[in-house]
Design a protein around this ligand. Structure first.
Ligand code: UT7
Length: 319
């Protein structure tokens, strides 16, 4: 079950207007095409591991637990501090943990759904008892700030859940992760990628995206995987209390809500404030929905995400 949820955003807010002073864009264009109004940008020297550690600490506090109570850290990020060691081990050290295991998951914007699926499998197998599942990114570091088609869309931040293994009856009324479905198809690699890497260019590279093509695929792929997740749990969209999608574009979120016949009151959208924070967007949205007294114990939360690869997936959590 979910024991706690935490989030962290860097201090600096960059509005669309501020961006429009640097690149040939406008607040109108960004808002109309994506729903974004502002994004948070990490300070110089503020690393993905710092953001992840702050989110993890907030989740632990929410859970009323200490780092000593956790034995697994799964961290989703596409913007690690270093090529290696993993950012998860940096977080482990920051938390003062000298036990258990910590590793990164790389599935870009789908990272949190992949991390949740991975941590849940380990908890179900009995290998670990409590996990920190973190999504944290500093996408500002891999943006080409001269490319207006991408730099206006992303932001930095992090969020985390504490998951705890617990014996349950095995019905769709159980608390915790009910179902995870993850998918990928590497044939789409050229639609969304970073043009660098240790093996290919020995540089970090910049994010490149064929936005229109990604947009076209998103709703089809996401609808299929959401349907599969609901079917596997013996549930329908009508059972969903809160839809917490990856925050890439308000128009994708709206199209998904329409397909699922979910009224906008049950859709959590943070894209206006956070922009697209990749693997961090879902846990950031979960925390903001909790802060707004939306998600309550026993309610059904549907999450979905799609990103570079392509990777995509959906999760159902009974809170
Ligand atoms: O999280 C990972 C998954 N990522 C996504 O899901 C992103 C999916 N894609 C999208 O969200 C949208 O495709 C975008 C927001 C990236 C773009 O929206 P669009 O409606 O597909 O616009 P477009 O790319 O077709 O661009 C329309 C026009 C173009 O001008 P022309 O060719 O029509 O003259 C662009 O050059 O808008 C122009 N444009 C801009 N104008 C002002 C592109 N970027 C900007 C900009 N400001 N920042």
């Amino acid at each position: 079950m979910v024991r706690g949820c935490g989030a962290y955003l860097p201090k600096r807010v960059v509005t669309n207007e501020e961006l429009a002073l640097k690149v040939d864009t406008s607040d109108d264009w960004i808002r109309q095409r994506s729903g974004i109004r502002q994004r948070y940008i990490a300070a110089d020297g503020e690393l993905t591991s710092d953001i992840a550690t702050a989110a993890a600490r907030a989740a632990l506090e929410d859970a009323g637990l200490d780092p000593g109570d956790i034995d697994l850290i799964v961290l989703a990020t596409a913007t690690p501090d270093h090529t290696f060691p993993s950012t998860a081990t940096m977080v482990q050290a920051n938390l003062g943990m000298q036990h258990g295991a910590a590793f990164d998951i790389q599935a870009v914007c789908s990272g949190f759904v992949y991390a949740l699926a991975t941590a849940d499998s380990f908890l179900r197998s009995g290998q670990f008892g409590r996990a920190l599942v973190i999504g944290a990114e500093t996408f500002s570091r891999i943006l080409d700030w001269e490319d207006r088609t991408t730099c206006v869309l992303f932001g930095d931040g992090g969020g985390a859940l504490v998951l705890e293994a617990e014996e349950q009856p095995g019905t769709n009324g159980d608390r915790g992760v009910l179902v995870s479905k993850i998918r990928s198809d590497g044939r789409f690699k050229d639609m969304l990628y970073v043009d660098g890497g240790p093996s290919s260019t020995q540089t970090v590279g910049y994010l490149r995206m064929e936005g229109k093509d990604v947009f076209r695929q998103a709703v089809t792929l996401l609808s299929e995987v959401v349907e599969e997740a609901l079917d596997a749990a013996g549930l329908t969209a009508a059972d969903v209390d809160w839809f917490v999608p990856h925050q890439a574009n308000q128009r994708i979120i709206d199209a998904m809500a329409r397909k699922l016949s979910l009224p906008s009151e049950r859709v959590v959208s943070t894209i206006a404030k956070h922009a697209n924070t990749s693997a961090a967007s879902i846990p950031l949205a979960l925390r903001s929905a909790i802060d707004e007294q939306k998600i309550q114990t026993g309610q059904l939360v549907l999450m979905e995400a799609m990103g570079g690869g392509f990777t995509w997936g959906a999760s159902l959590i009974r809170w």
